[in-house]
Each structure stands twice: as C-alpha cells, then as structure tokens.
Design a binder for this molecule. Sequence first.
Ligand code: HEC
Length: 101
Amino acid sequence: MKFITALFLLCAATTASANPFPDGNAQAGQKIFEKYDCNQCHNKIMGGDGNKIFTRFDRKRNSPDGLIEQIGMCSGNVNAHFTTKETQDLAAYLNIFYKFK
Ligand code: HEC
C-alpha cells in the first residue's frame, strides 16, 4: 500500500511540474524568436549556430526564472517590450533547448 501511495504521489508530482511555462505556446514563441531574429547576436557569439548558446555547458541560465529574466534583458537588444504572454511563449520555445521540468 505504501508503495502504491508513493507511486501515486510521484506521478502527481511529475505531472504538476512537467511544464514550467504552462501559459506559453512554443510555436508562437518560435515565431516571435524568428521575427525578432533573436539569434543574430547569438550566432556571432557561438560562431555559427546561435541555438548552441542555450545548451553550451557553461550556459548562464539554469532555472525557469533565470530564463524569464534573460528574455527580459535580451528583449532590450531587439527594442521589444514583450507582454507576459509573449515572454511565456518565448520561454516555452526556448525550453525545447533548456529542458527545464
Ligand atoms: C544585441 C545582441 C543580442 C540579441 C539581439 C539577443 N541576444 Fe540573447 N544574448 C546576448 C548576449 C550578449 C548574451 C549573453 C552571452 C554570454 O553571457 O555569454 C545572450 C544570452 C541569451 C540567453 C541566455 C543563454 C544562456 O547562456 O543560458 C537567452 C535565453 C537569450 N539570450 C535570449 C534571447 C532572446 C529571446 C532574444 C530575442 C528577443 C535575444 N536573446 C536577442 C545578446 C543578444
């Protein structure tokens, strides 16, 4: 019985924390990312594939909150003022790389 309870709790916990950006839409986020050419600098920094900045071993952001913060900082780089929803969309898209749970 204890085992069953533990299993149930484990499943419940996994479902609850499966998506750190539940309000974000990854496809919408990708469109925003491409529209603002977000990788224009990252491409240069990484010498080619800008997406690698999100998966490099010494990447700067290692939490969902940190990712949100960085999107806020980088939005200034493209002169954008993203809404909360747009920020969530971008985060959901970038989480394809970050894989935060
Ligand atoms: C003007 C150049 C520039 C533009 C445009 C830009 N960024 Fe960045 N971005 C940077 C720099 C510089 C860093 C930090 C690199 C470092 O510290 O090594 C960075 C880092 C990041 C990181 C963190 C990577 C890590 O190490 O975890 C994220 C996420 C990010 N940018 C998202 C975006 C998004 C989203 C956009 C488009 C809205 C964007 N950036 C546009 C320059 C830019």
